[in-house]
Design a protein around this ligand. Structure first.
Ligand code: SF4
Length: 190
């Protein structure tokens, strides 16, 4: 069995027991699907966002709404399709009214699923999208305007924080910043 098939199986085995997860409050606050994440199980680059939104909750797929389309276009600018990377979120269930996940929710879901996804995929680089994703991963408050675009190390993996695509939709002038940060993340996968 090749490593992609093996990792795909491991990811499916990880997801299976949690398709109706209620391990944190977000499991009981109206979510439709647990949005596990998708992409190349052997990806060298993993994107981690904050949480599923309405479209993602309906389709059970991460980053498929307007933000996701922007992220896909940004990747395509480098000749990369979203199938070549792995895309997921800190929490896998949509928070009510798209509120920011609470620290306890992020911590529970991260330990239950995200850290195990990272261990299976073993990306060379993680790119967090937005402050909440970085805060959820590091479990501390950050100023994304100061931390973005600078590579740090998380659990022996290079981590490049950048803005959330939803922020870019509200502030199109920052698109070049997002592109620059993704370029850095991609260069560090080599
Ligand atoms: S957000 Fe994560 S921990 Fe909370 S219910 Fe959903 S899958 Fe479970």
């Amino acid at each position: 069995m090749d490593s992609i098939t093996y990792k795909k199986q491991l990811l499916e085995q990880l997801y299976a027991p949690y398709k109706q997860c209620v391990h944190c409050p977000l499991g009981k606050l109206g979510r439709t699907h647990v949005v596990f994440g998708e992409g190349n199980p052997n990806a060298s680059l993993m994107f981690i966002g904050e949480a599923p939104g309405q479209e993602e909750d309906m389709q059970a797929r991460p980053f498929v709404g307007r933000s996701g389309k922007l992220l896909t276009r940004a990747l395509e600018a480098f000749g990369i399709s979203r199938e070549q990377v792995f895309i997921t979120n800190i929490v896998k269930c949509r928070p009510p009214n798209n509120r920011k996940p609470l620290p306890g929710e992020s911590k529970t879901c991260k330990n239950l699923l995200l850290l195990k996804q990272i261990k299976i995929v073993k990306p060379r680089v993680i790119c967090t999208l937005g402050a909440a994703a970085l805060e959820g991963l590091l479990e501390k408050e950050v100023k994304i305007s100061q931390t973005r675009g600078k590579a740090i190390v998380f659990d022996s993996i290079t981590l490049v924080p950048t803005y959330h695509p939803a922020y870019i939709l509200r502030n199109p002038k920052e698109l070049k910043t997002l592109i620059k940060d993704i370029e850095l993340a991609l260069s560090l996968t080599q």
